[in-house]
Design a protein around this ligand. Structure first.
Ligand SMILES: Nc1ncnc2c1ncn2[C@@H]1O[C@H](COP(=O)(O)OP(=O)(O)O)[C@@H](O)[C@H]1O
Ligand SMILES: [Mg+2]
Length: 442
């Protein structure tokens, strides 16, 4: 199957989904330094008599025999000839799930398959080549040739129109055929996340293009761009971004940190979300493992620069607490391996939430002894787990607090956030509960 022809991919998906019988697939990986896929493993998904989904993965013998083979997930799926099994995440190993779309991409796939109930395997197989990380999936043992053509930044106006139609579940704009949408939207929606987005390419490489929704309460794209800049000023390593204005609407372009353009094509970094590192489930009812403290421990195990990364994670936790980024769930943190070594990825998806409570705000992940409480004393309570001395941790908190206090507004305005939007988001910054009960001890 030649996947560089999007029509071909769609056709095969429709066959698979109408039969609903795809229970196994091959897992391909782009090895460090390479630009083409090789076949790494076989993945099988079955449902047992109790209705529980079980995933099984086995590396191919010839893959294991390569001296440059890398694991799909060094902790859960180390290179070995054994059969790995899982029932977590509906039988989809975290590393594979991380390469699968979330709400937004799923919605588009469903729309084009004409079905709302697709299996996890369908989502894996249907997503095209520009998914996050270095993995690919297919029904053929032979991996597909890499895609040669991608949406370009200049296609954004059309993509934006399509996205609007999908958000409103509307008919497509006049003169646009469903097939056209399939071609352009599917090639670009395998990234995760809930907000509308597409992947586009320009001469510098790949970008995640995040679109405003017509029903947004403020200009999200400009605000997110400003937060990435503010984060950098607070000492965080954030993804590179820029704003482009298309048809009078702002689009946030975030540079993909898992792709590297070369003369031969794109190198790909392997990528694992924090959800996978934590071996956690992805629903809020089942979140006992959602924790920065546990994540710091996992990061120390996997990272080739454990101290720097644990401390960077601490900084991100403080930053999120101080901008009330309560959407800091485990899919909004990741590790990447461009070569053999794993490191914390640049920070992305930083969004302030202007909540009403001035005393108590919770982040999505546990930050310390007082749970998810976005509070300085709580953040300090486990700072040793982030390989920080108490005085170092205090200084990080104080510095980030000061920078946000003095700089958020200026940076937001500089990056084009309107006065009105600044007023709308202002309550997100330095809320008073952050320092509650801490003055005497600190
Ligand atoms: N700059 C980037 N490079 C590579 N992958 C990214 C980048 N930004 C986001 N991602 C991946 O895409 C997913 C969705 O992006 P995100 O910004 O979190 O969107 P949303 O606001 O919809 O949650 C992330 O969970 C991550 O896996
Ligand atoms: Mg996200």
């Amino acid at each position: 199957m030649v996947e560089s022809d999007p029509g071909h991919v769609i056709e095969s998906c429709l066959i698979m989904t109408s039969n609903n019988n795809a229970t196994e697939c091959y897992v391909y990986v782009t090895l460090p330094g390479e630009t083409d896929f090789v076949t790494a493993a076989k993945f099988q998904l079955t449902i047992d008599r109790r209705g529980i989904s079980i995933g099984r993965l086995i590396y191919g013998r010839s893959y294991l025999a390569r001296d440059n083979a890398v694991s799909i997930d060094p902790i859960e799926l180390g290179l070995s000839d054994k059969t790995y099994t899982t029932t977590r995440l509906n039988g989809i190993f975290g590393a594979l799930r991380d390469a699968s779309p979330d709400c937004w991409g799923r919605r588009i796939i469903e729309k084009h398959c004409g079905k709302t109930e697709l299996g996890e395997m369908d989502y894996l197989l249907f997503s095209p080549d520009d998914r996050a990380g270095a993995l690919g999936f297919g029904l053929n043992q032979e991996p597909p040739a890499p895609l040669q053509q991608f949406n370009q930044t200049m296609d954004l106006e059309r993509l934006q129109e399509f996205a609007d139609a999908i958000i409103h579940d509307e008919n497509l704009p006049e003169g646009i055929e469903v097939e056209q949408v399939q071609d352009v939207m599917l090639a670009g929606t395998s990234m995760g996340g809930a907000r509308p987005k597409v992947v586009v390419e320009d001469e510098d490489g790949f970008w995640v293009a995040k679109l405003n929704r017509p029903d947004d309460k403020w200009n999200y794209t400009r605000v997110e761009h400003a937060m990435l800049k503010l984060g950098r000023e607070c000492g965080l390593h954030t993804a590179a971004s820029k704003i482009t204005t298309i048809g009078g609407r702002d689009v946030l372009l975030v540079k993909r940190f898992d792709r590297e353009k070369t003369d031969k094509g794109y190198r790909r970094a392997r990528m694992l979300s924090a959800l996978t590192l934590l071996r956690a489930e992805d629903n809020a009812e089942n979140r006992e493992k959602w924790s920065y403290v546990l994540l710091a421990e996992e990061l120390r195990r996997i990272s080739s620069q454990p101290k720097a990364d644990a401390q960077e994670l601490f900084r991100r936790m403080c930053f999120n607490a101080l901008i009330s980024n309560t959407d800091d769930h485990p899919r909004n943190h990741a590790v990447i391996a461009i070569g053999l070594d794993w490191i914390l990825s640049p920070a992305y998806d930083l969004t302030p939430t202007p909540l009403i409570s001035e005393e108590h705000r919770d982040l999505a992940l546990v930050c310390g002894d007082m749970g998810r409480y976005a509070n300085a004393k709580n953040l300090l309570s486990q700072s040793a787990r982030f390989l920080l001395e108490l005085n170092e941790a205090k200084k990080i908190i104080d510095d980030i607090e000061e920078t946000i206090k003095h700089r958020w507004y200026e940076i937001a305005r500089r990056e084009g956030v309107t006065e009105q939007d600044c007023t709308r988001i202002s309550k997100a910054f330095n809320y008073s509960g952050f320092r509650l009960n801490t003055h005497t001890e600190n």
